[in-house]
Structure formats: C-alpha cells, structure tokens
Design a protein around this ligand. Structure first.
Ligand code: ADP
Ligand code: MG
Length: 490
C-alpha cells in the first residue's frame, strides 16, 4: 500500500451533465498551438470522437482565454458538412474540453507528408469542398484566419472540412480587421501590410490559394547552406524565406512562380494566380470581383455539380487508408513519454461560477473565473430533435426578394411564396442554422399575414409548423481582436 493517496478517477454517470468520465480515452492524435487532441469513445453511445483539450493555466499564460471561448461559441453556431462539428463542450478544474466529430482520414498535412503531392483532380476536389466551407463561414460573417493543411481534416472517404477556430472571428461588412493573426506562411499580404490599412474576409481565399499550391507541387529538395545537413525536403510554397522577416517581405511583394513540374492545366494556374493577387480588392473572391460565389464559377471548377458536392454526393478522388489511423504515431509516443500530466476524469473542486451579466458586477472576472462562466457546457444530444427543414438561406432569400419584386398583386405574391416554400427542398444544403430558421420564419409570417387579409382562395397556402430549435449565439466579441493584436505585439 502506498503512502501517497492518488486521486481516484470518477466513474461515468450518464444522469449527470457531460464530463470526461463519459469517454474512454484511446490515444493522442494531434496537437496544436493551444490544444491537444485525443481519440475518445463515448462510453454509452460507443461513438468515436476527437477530444480537444486545453490546459487552463497554459491558456491563461498564452493569453488565449478569449480565443478559446470564442472558438467554442463559434462552433456552436456553425452547422455545415465542410466544417468539423462540435458535439460537446465542458470543463473541469484543469482543462477546457471540446468534443468534435472524429475525422478518420487525418489532417491534410498528414496526407501530403505521406503522399508528397496530389494529382490535379484530387486537389481540385478537396479545394472545391473547402470553397463550400469558406463560403458558408463567410455567409455567417465568420472569417477563419488560419487556413492551412494542419487545420483541414479528411474523413475516411476523403471528404474535406475545416477545423481549428482558435483565431476565427466574426466580421462586419462595414469594418476592416487589423489584428495580425494566422500562420505566417499562409498569411495574406494585407495582414502584414506596414501601413496597416486593414483586411477583410478575402484573406481566407489567399490562404486557400497557398494550400492549393502545396497540394499540387508537394515537396522539393531545398539547399540550406548554413545547416549541417544542408539538403532538406520541404513543401513547395509560392513564398519561402530563410527568416520570418524575409518571408514577410516576399509575401508583401507577392511575386511568385508556378513550377514547371508537375505540369498543371492553364485553368488551374489561373485560379492560383487570381487567389494570390496582392491588392485584395482585385483578388478572386473579394467583394469587388464578385464575392465568394465568383470562385465556384471559375473555369477550373466548371463541371462540378455544386448541389451534389454540397450534399456530399460526389465521390472523393483521394481516399485515405481506411486500415489505419491516419495520424502521426509519434504524437502518442511523445505524450506517453514526455507529458507530465496524464488526462484523467476528476471531480471538480472549484465551485462552478454561473454567468454574471456585466451590469450585475463591476469587478472584472479573473481569467479563471472568465473560463468558468463563459466556456459554456454544450451537449448536442440535449438539443431538440433535428429540424427537417433545410435550405441555403442566401439562395432562398435571393429568390424570395425576386418574387417580392416581381409579384404584381398580393394574391400572386402569396401564391409565389407558397410555391417557393414547397420547392424548398431544392435549397437543401446544410444543417439548419439560425439564418435558415429566420428566413423560413419570415416567409411563414409574411404568408400568414397575407392569408389573414386574403379570401378563402389562399387557404391552400397554409404553412406547416417550422420547429424553431437552434438558438443564435453570435455575440461579436471585439475583445478577441484586441487580445490577438496585443498578443502578436508581445
Ligand atoms: N476532429 C478531428 N479529427 C481528427 N483529427 C483531429 C480533429 N481535430 C483535430 N485533429 C488533429 O489535431 C490537430 C490539432 O487540432 P487543432 O484543432 O488544429 O488544435 P490547435 O488549435 O491547437 O491547432 C489537427 O491538426 C489534427 O491533426
Ligand atoms: Mg490547428
């Protein structure tokens, strides 16, 4: 019998709020700037998930509390097949936890490291799916800001999605962003601009251009004169400097070449060049060149049925190896050998602090209190039954406004809106979200007000009830941008 009493792991109790004891921890599969990621299995449902956990003390010393809270809030608000879903969030005394859908194909960096490079059609498919993810995020007024192969995940079939919303933020159409945020190699020149004129969501298209370049051209032998082993295999990127300062300069100048090997189509070269245009107002995807949807109309992508792509009905070309876990095995090994803290479900000692409204208390919260009150619990199984009505709000709203403009009378308006409502399955795309619900609700209310003033002819347009399940959680938190600028200055 030992003299030290080690803390007992708590057993799973499924009548309690979700907590770490509800999961079997299988192995470490990833790590990033702030978090570590483990493959876990829910003890009751037996579903495997990726558990991202962030050490509270480390997060506080990295001044990253605001980002992590923002990441969790953003994820709750986003429902799209091309963005990795949040399923649960909770915390204990030491860590914050986000439980996400497990993507068995691993991240794109892993695929590129193993494969070297991708054929043009395989890269095009991943690119096209990521375009849909970015278009969706921008439609929700979210800019990702950290697009790179490490933050792009593949499922076991090879479908791609975006993850890691650490430095993502809400943007306003009327206000440029100024925080220096992202991973240098993928940062757009306007982020690094010395005059700091500001940037908008077009930065995500620049980063996707760099990712596409990397997918197509893979690794190349590079001579590094001052190193002992001076020949190294590195991923080809449009801009590569020996130092960060040199790289920044190259990105700012934004002149690059497209390698002759492997040969890519003219259309593919054209899309890369257009995504990597320096004045962002001239860049493909910017508001001034037609916006996000202009990308899907580019000649390189013609031939895709976008509705089929959106419904995951197009078969991926690059399919990850299904026989193994597509993760870097050294992560688990290093976790076992070098991690001083092993993750374990422990009872909470620190009392949970409920969210206080700013008016109730004038004293600012300490970082730990902030985490305790603002990193909120989330459990997707507790959401009401999934809404069956799905559609793409932008397309729906556009069609609705056209109908409103062209309808000559109230009765024809009512009839056209009703037809639109009945054909809504044409717009089936993503999981329901607040925007979808709002549009559907406004159609319903315009129609019911028309019904109430119109005669019995309109009774055939009676609307089915639309369940309103998803609450909106899109507080624009400017303190995150400020914190990021501050951290990047330090
Ligand atoms: N849902 C997931 N499925 C599979 N692997 C994942 C998942 N989420 C993250 N990973 C792996 O963990 C790594 C780090 O996760 P990420 O969310 O990017 O953390 P950080 O914010 O710390 O960078 C990723 O690059 C990826 O390799
Ligand atoms: Mg990451």
């Amino acid at each position: 019998m030992g003299c030290c009493q080690s803390e007992e792991e708590i057993p799973a109790n499924f009548t309690e709020e979700v907590n770490l004891a509800h999961f079997d921890l299988i192995c470490a599969i990833g790590r990033g700037a702030y978090g570590k990621v483990k493959l876990v299995c829910h003890k009751q449902s037996k579903i495997q998930y990726a558990l991202k956990y962030i050490d509270k003390q480390q997060c506080i010393s990295q001044k990253a509390v605001d980002y992590i809270i923002q990441e969790r809030n953003l994820l709750e608000d986003i429902h799209c097949p091309f963005v990795c879903n949040l399923r649960y969030s909770f915390q204990d005394d030491e860590n914050m936890f986000m439980v996400m859908d497990m993507k068995l194909g691993g991240d794109l960096r892993y695929a590129l490291t193993r494969k070297g490079k991708m054929k043009e059609d395989a890269a095009k498919f991943i690119f096209a799916e990521l375009c849909l993810g970015i278009i969706y995020l921008h439609s929700k007024k979210v800019v990702h800001r950290d697009l790179k192969p490490e933050n792009i995940l593949l499922d076991e079939h090879g479908h791609a999605c975006l993850t890691d919303f650490n430095i993502a933020t809400y943007f306003k159409n009327t206000k440029l962003m100024h925080a220096i945020a992202g991973s240098l190699s993928y940062m757009a020149p306007e982020i690094l601009d010395k005059e700091k004129k500001g940037y908008d969501q077009t930065i995500d298209w620049w980063s996707l251009g760099i990712v596409l370049y990397e997918m197509l051209f893979g690794k190349v032998l590079v001579v590094i004169p001052l190193k002992e082993r001076n020949l190294v295999l590195l991923f080809q990127r449009p801009f590569r400097g020996k130092t960060d300062n040199e790289l920044e300069d190259l990105i700012r100048k934004a002149i690059f070449t497209i390698p002759v090997e492997p040969l890519i189509s003219e259309e593919c070269a054209d899309i890369i060049k257009r995504l990597l245009i320096k004045p962002y107002t001239n860049r493909l995807g910017s508001k001034d060149t037609g916006g996000d949807l202009e990308i899907t109309g580019h000649a390189w992508l013609k031939g895709y049925d976008w509705t089929q792509l959106e419904n995951l009905e197009v078969t991926p070309i690059y399919v990850p190896d299904a026989k193994k876990l597509n993760v870097d095995e050294t992560i688990e090994l290093e976790e076992l050998l070098f991690s001083d803290k092993q993750l374990k479900a422990k009872p909470r000692k620190i009392e949970k602090r409920s969210s206080t409204k700013p008016t109730e208390s004038k004293t600012p919260l300490s970082p730990l209190e902030k985490i305790s009150s603002k990193f909120k619990l989330f459990d997707f199984t507790k959401l009401p039954e999934q809404c069956k009505v799905r559609k793409r709000s932008a397309a729906w709203d556009e069609k609705l406004s056209k109908i409103q403009q062209h309808s000559t009378s109230r009765v024809s308006l009512a009839s056209n809106i009703s037809d639109l409502y009945e054909t809504r399955s044409q717009y089936v795309l993503f999981e329901p979200d607040a925007m979808t619900i709002r549009s559907a609700k406004s159609v319903q209310s315009s129609l019911s007000s028309l019904n109430s003033v119109s005669d019995a002819k309109n009774t055939k347009h009676a609307m089915p009830e639309i369940p309103l399940h998803f609450k909106k959680n899109t507080e624009y938190d400017e303190s995150v941008d400020m914190a990021i600028s501050q951290a990047s200055r330090e």
